[in-house]
Design a protein around this ligand. Structure first.
Ligand code: GAP
Length: 443
């Protein structure tokens, strides 16, 4: 049986297959596994760290590098209660929590449809508000004065630094501050692999605009963000936009729309785009006594900008890219697993494979590897037959294998094999970097 909601050509048990591949090939490991694992936390292995880094770099390139209206920030993860008091997270960032009266498991009241998923009981305790922030103490004394929180979103760092960034960059609305980094939420029911975890990475933009332009920029960013995912290979059939009803809105937003992905369990949130109005800047201005507004010298106009916020999860996006890329097909009657990852995202863009282990091939293969490593993330593999090595690279999404054979020594050319078509062409070593760059740019 295919998973409910999975695309028609997706393999049955897509989720199990991708989770298995992640463990087997070194994308994602259960954290502290030698001690039995630790409650839905995960470590990103040698391939996963490359893929995750590529997702974040692609986001940074689109959102910061290629724009002159967005600047970056890397704010602290630990922050004082005053920030979360002002932002409303201390009182509002809660989930309704219930206990099953029969098996005593704890659930989010809004996620269980009136029946305990563990034992089927319909008897629960009254729902109570459970704050999702991780609380800790800064310094050696564990009293109220030392309380600190691990940020549950990167966004507040952009609001508390609004005046600093404005003064140092001389930006003028519409302009944005972007940040990529870890966030922490004490989720009651972390689930679905890295879809919902307690420690995760976000990629957020706070885009400050004149209030009258807020709706225009809300629609602009929704469109941009949808196109970012399709540009990196997720087909439109696996993506949709969904506008929130009024009763779904977070405490800070007047309008939100999600970019949703067709996960194996059905449509679910990949990223949210919200109109946060001037609520955050106003709240921090009130609480801190600082002026958090924009003063337009030529017109003498002074106003608090509205904020449009595209907020994505890096780890959740990585999972969507993996699920979407996973395919099973046949090559010459042989079944193969292939990750059709966009070349910009693939953990390795190139694998250099000397045809044989014979020492005569090694110096040239290493020369080719060294010239490619300047430009691409490369793997180098001399084990097993060439067919098996191609399939190992297909399974982790390497778009191109470069095979160095005995003719290469005489003709200074190598064979480039394409992951998706499996076509092979001979390319002179001298023009190899340019050829592979052309292919990456075309993808
Ligand atoms: N600053 C707004 C904000 O944080 P959000 O919808 O709560 O909004 C934004 O989070 C994105 O962060 C989500 O769309 C999702 O991709 C990711 N995210 C949120 N909670 C997560 C969790 N527990 N595990 C993994 N990713 C999460």
């Amino acid at each position: 049986m295919p998973d409910p909601g999975a695309p028609p050509d997706a393999p049955a048990d897509l989720m199990e297959k991708v989770v298995g591949l992640c463990k087997r090939r070194g994308f994602i490991f259960p954290s502290a596994e030698i001690y039995g694992g630790f409650r839905s936390t995960y470590d990103y292995g040698p391939l996963g760290v490359n893929l995750l880094r590529n997702v974040k770099n692609a986001w940074w390139e689109a959102m910061v590098q290629r724009r002159d209206d967005v600047v970056g920030l890397d704010a602290a993860i630990l922050s004082p209660p005053a920030v979360w008091e002002a932002s409303g997270h201390l009182s509002n960032f809660t989930d309704p929590l219930v206990d099953c009266r029969s098996c005593h498991q704890r659930w989010r009241a809004d996620k269980i449809d009136g029946v305990c998923p563990a034992c089927g009981s319909t008897e629960f305790t009254q729902a109570r508000a459970f704050n999702l922030m991780f609380k800790t103490h800064a310094g050696p004394v564990e009293d109220e004065g030392a309380v600190a929180y691990l940020r549950p979103e990167t966004a507040q760092g952009m609001f508390t630094n609004f005046a600093n960034v404005l003064q140092t960059t001389r930006k003028k609305p519409p302009f944005g501050i972007a940040q990529v980094g870890k966030s922490f939420r004490n989720e009651i029911t972390p689930q679905n692999f890295v879809f919902r975890t307690r420690e995760f990475e976000q990629m957020e933009l706070e885009y400050f605009v004149p209030p009258a332009e807020a709706q225009h920029w809300f629609e602009y960013w929704l469109d941009e963000r949808y196109r970012w995912y399709t540009g990196l290979g997720i087909p439109p059939s696996e993506l949709r936009l969904r506008h929130h009803d009024a009763d779904e809105l977070a405490h800070y937003a007047v309008a939100t729309a999600d970019v949703e992905f067709l996960f194996p369990w059905g449509w679910d949130e990949l990223e949210g785009v919200a109109n946060r109005t001037d609520a955050d800047l106003m709240a921090h201005a009130r609480a801190s006594g600082e002026r958090l507004e924009y003063f337009d010298q030529p017109t003498g106009e002074r106003y608090v900008p509205y904020v449009i916020e595209p907020a994505a999860g890096a780890t959740r996006a990585m999972m969507a890219f993996l699920l979407s890329a996973y395919h099973e097909d046949e090559i010459g009657g042989e079944p193969r697993t292939v990750l059709r990852l966009h070349p910009r995202l693939a953990p390795y863009q190139i694998a250099v494979l000397p045809l044989s282990k014979k020492e005569t091939l090694e110096p040239l293969a290493r020369e080719v590897l060294a010239s490619l490593q300047v430009h691409f993330m490369c793997d180098y593999d001399v084990t097993q037959s060439i067919g098996k090595r191609y399939r190992r690279q297909d399974e982790v999404g390497t778009p191109w294998c470069v095979t160095v054979d005995f003719d290469s020594i005489a003709d200074r050319a190598v064979t480039v094999r394409d992951r998706d078509s499996t076509d092979q062409v001979r390319v002179p070593i001298d023009g190899l970097v340019e050829e592979l760059r052309r292919r990456t740019d075309r993808a």
